[in-house]
Design a protein around this ligand. Sequence first.
Ligand SMILES: [Mn+2]
Length: 292
Amino acid sequence: MRTAFDALGAIPAGVGPGGWSTLEPQAGSHEEERPLYRSVFVSDMHLGTSGCQAGALLDFLKHHPSEQLYLVGDIVDGWQLRRRWYWPQAHNDVVQKVLRRARKGCRVVFVPGNHDEFARQFAGHAFGGIEVATEAVHRTADGRSLWVIHGDQFDAVVQCARWLAIVGDHLYEFTLKMNRHVNTLRARLGLPYWSLSAWAKHKVKRALNYVTGFEEAVAHEARRRGHDGVVCGHIHRAEMRVIDGVLYCNDGDWVESRTALVEHHDGRLALVHWGARPGQGGSIAAAVQVPA
Ligand SMILES: [Mn+2]
């Protein structure tokens, strides 16, 4: 099913309240004025929680100017804020930084997640130059279509796999114990060693792996919708790999891994792990992977 936001990329430049940047450089435009990256995708900042690494995030944003910025959900943690108000200056600085970026012509698209689902009701509107959309489609410079979604929509699909993982964990410990008994018996019968636990592990591994289940579910839905790839967050696990012919990208988070996805001007995508400490001036630990 196509939504209004499938057409996001087709909205002419300069329509937004903040005035969007022209996505394609115009004739006579100066190369040096172009931001370093074409696009930056970040998610799971969880602003409003003490876990948010706002300092590192600010530092990352400063070093990664872009023509387009996608906020892929769980930017503000409404769940935590409702329980306890926590809003230090650094979190304010992140918001200000993003707003300033929108003012200066960066196209900012906010795709809310489950922790900031309150923003979903504003889908189709723009605030301070930030477009809100329940999902978006990003067209890379080399013409690929990427479905941009937070990912919590797939919890229901993967939920049973998660349950299996918990049950499976106990089951695995149990089989490890059983393994000893089985093999004591086999030895008595003159049979060679056979690993019950390895067999069980092999058999149920796919079902047990919540992460794999999530990744595959998202990738398959992206393919079903006719996209070349997908960009999501939600599970706090940065990844970029091809799953059944679809490019699966997860931009990670700013609670644990400090990761983001960037698009170069030629359409190449890369995962960036921001290892620099705030204020230390940018030693970058960049993990880059470019699937063909
Ligand atoms: Mn989430």
